[in-house]
Design a protein around this ligand. Sequence first.
Ligand SMILES: Nc1nc2c(c(=O)[nH]1)N[C@H]1C(S)=C(S)[C@@H](COP(=O)(O)OP(=O)(O)OC[C@H]3O[C@@H](n4cnc5c(=O)[nH]c(N)nc54)[C@H](O)[C@@H]3O)O[C@H]1N2
Ligand SMILES: Nc1nc2c(c(=O)[nH]1)N[C@H]1C(S)=C(S)[C@@H](COP(=O)(O)OP(=O)(O)OC[C@H]3O[C@@H](n4cnc5c(=O)[nH]c(N)nc54)[C@H](O)[C@@H]3O)O[C@H]1N2
Ligand code: SF4
Ligand SMILES: [Mo]
Length: 741
Amino acid sequence: MPDTPNLSRRGWLGGVAATAAAGATLTSSSEAQAFSLLRSPEAVVADRVVPSYCELCFWNCGLLAEVKGNRILSLRGHPDYPNAQGRLCGRGNAGAASVIDRDRLKYPMVRVGARGEGRFERVGWKTAYRTIAQGFQRIKAEHGAQALALLYHGRGGPLIRRMLVAFGSPNYAAPSYAQCKGSRDVAYKLTFGEKLTSPEPLDLDETRCMVLFGSHLGENAHNSQVQEFVRARRRGASLVVLDPRMSTVASRADVWLPVRPGSDTAVLLAWIHLLLREKAWNAAFVDKHTVGFEKLERHVQPFTPEWAAAQAGVPAADILRAFDLMRKAMPAVLIHPGRHVTWYGEPDIQRGRAQAILTALLGAFWAPGGIFRPSSPTVKEFPGPDFPDLPKSVDEAAGKYPFAPEVTTTGIREATRTGKPYPVKGWFVHGTNLIQSMPNVGETIEAIRNLDMLVVCDVMPTEIVQWADVVLPEDTYLERYDDLQLGAGKKPYIGIRQPVVTSPHDTRPAWRIAKELSQELGVGDQFAFETFEEYLSARLEGSGVTLAELKKKGVHQLEPTQPAYLRPDEDFHWHTPTGKVELFSQQLADKGFSPLPTHTPIPEPPAGAFRLLYGRSPLHSFGRTQNNPILHDLDSTNVVWMHPAAASKLGLEHGVSVMVTNDKGDATGPVSLLVTERIAPECVYMVHGFGHRSKGLSRANGQGASDSDLVRDYALDPIGGTTGMRTQTVRVRAAQRQERR
Ligand SMILES: Nc1nc2c(c(=O)[nH]1)N[C@H]1C(S)=C(S)[C@@H](COP(=O)(O)OP(=O)(O)OC[C@H]3O[C@@H](n4cnc5c(=O)[nH]c(N)nc54)[C@H](O)[C@@H]3O)O[C@H]1N2
Ligand SMILES: Nc1nc2c(c(=O)[nH]1)N[C@H]1C(S)=C(S)[C@@H](COP(=O)(O)OP(=O)(O)OC[C@H]3O[C@@H](n4cnc5c(=O)[nH]c(N)nc54)[C@H](O)[C@@H]3O)O[C@H]1N2
Ligand code: SF4
Ligand SMILES: [Mo]
């Protein structure tokens, strides 16, 4: 026992009871035995504290691991990391359980059964590499290197990308663009000449009013963003939330606008209309930095609050109340740009443009309390030979998506399915479960069936792994080095991921896989280092910190490279064709798209059907944490939200077991029905990431419902190639006896 002189007997007993209760649930799974350390009679004292950073989501919070031998006793937030501020979220705290998950991938495997059957046999790393290299060389010889593609998400991906680019492939894509924040990237780049960084440069420390479109902070648990948001509220910043569902954050708002799905742009246009009608815009910013003001002024004339109220199904008075809050706080208003913004296709760009334009009119871009100007650290690239000249990517060759800054996952899938604009025959998938993260699983499977080779590098036997020809098991993030974290923000920083413990299995880190496989592919000179320490040291040269120091401290703060705010007299050449902030976008007009934001109403669901909405649980990341022993214990399933009026029409009661179906014959469930007035009657809602079908996930398999199984209809945005996924409507019925678990 640590020395606790002030602990009363009663308090101490309470503590014992709580620990025992926690122990009782934990022992329900065998790995949780590892945590019996918590209850062991002898004192357990860490023999070292190792700094690193989290990978359970892409906020990548800095952490401190307390370790004894090869066991992690606890993970806590690193005090000096801006993205952690001394804390981890619930998922980050539970990260150590991913090391001891009995289901994790333990050795390389090759497929023995039919594709998708999930039958494999164990092989050594050499055999796995040879099999991949032979397959990839054959594809390159028959179809050219562009027939290979990388689909990735996570820290190890860029090293695999280096390998494939050196091999000659231009096709690499992440769902974090086309299925996540792509339309925001495009909209802000079109308007301000640059996309927003991640973490988003939100000036929550200075803001006086926050406006959220969907962004369900608190459920969406990006650590420091939530902490800063809470502090902003405590300081008295006002809060406006648009969401057809009373999310946790909506329930705390000064004004909650339960807008009809997809009608946010109407409200944004009304706010722009009001700002111009009342001559309240920030003239200093608008005059000095923008083009197209007069055209915008004419364009928004019809968009009165009354018009928007009718479009969005909310009272005009509430639109006005929210506007007053913004006006009072100007220019310290934070129009949250959103993150998961791929909802309805092209209308998402229009919404993003309207958010960007409102920000500009408020004078809240690169201004205190709005969006600040982040500084990014620069470090050296690890030297290597020049890359070959690359052929056109699938999207470029197809002449698609004029404003997409990246190749799209959907473009690669389309080429693989159809052979157009050219065939894609080999995929390397690293850290992304395409079966859950891409809309229309049928198209994904059709594409996979057309492949000559699918390599999956993962840590867990998730759904995509079941389709692999070769499975490469990666060390978990607590067992490996990865590339440096180059944190952008007011105070840029360099962070390190390093092994906290060693893997008990025959797993390897991505850097080693990239290096060793590159040798087999004949491009090994891209990775001319023996150890990853050598690689990291070379990158850190001249950065002001050595590898030894960084390994000890975990993070190195740098001075900002530019002021966080635009000076009032600053002349800035924006990186747009006109050198100005483009309220009117000639670029869009030239390609035949609307140069000013427009609102397109989303059709009502057919009678008896609902619009499918989805979001996050604070205790899970996408589909990657449901099998984590601790998080599974805490939050093992999702539920389906439905309004009482809709439920009573269907004769469904709160708590009954239901199936959710679409018009293509897909069904997911059984899952419990949550009957609540917190959701609009025309919608149902579920947390994404549940309803796993992989038998390899012994805890998560079959728990809850999967939105991914239902989203067949998606809307492809022709401007940036992102996929709107809230276009799907669904039906809900009672689960039949044989469907229940
Ligand atoms: N705990 C946790 N946190 C996460 C993640 C995670 O997996 N787990 N993932 C991270 C990632 S990568 C992302 S992209 C973000 C995603 O999180 P967000 O960017 O916040 O995602 P949204 O889709 O904007 O938010 C979902 C909310 O939008 C509401 N909504 C649905 N339709 C509409 C509409 O038409 N208008 C409006 N105004 N609202 C609507 C839903 O009711 C729901 O409350 O979360 C990040 N944070
Ligand atoms: N229907 C629907 N689709 C969505 C969303 C949604 O809400 N609903 N959200 C969208 C958004 S915002 C995003 S950002 C994307 C997220 O898309 P993904 O990043 O594909 O999300 P996950 O489903 O978590 O898949 C992660 C995969 O990586 C594996 N993995 C985890 N850690 C590691 C590691 O350290 N190394 C390796 N090699 N693998 C690892 C996991 O086991 C899992 O197989 O999905 C998008 N797609
Ligand atoms: S927000 Fe949570 S899960 Fe994401 S990186 Fe930070 S601690 Fe990990
Ligand atoms: Mo995302």
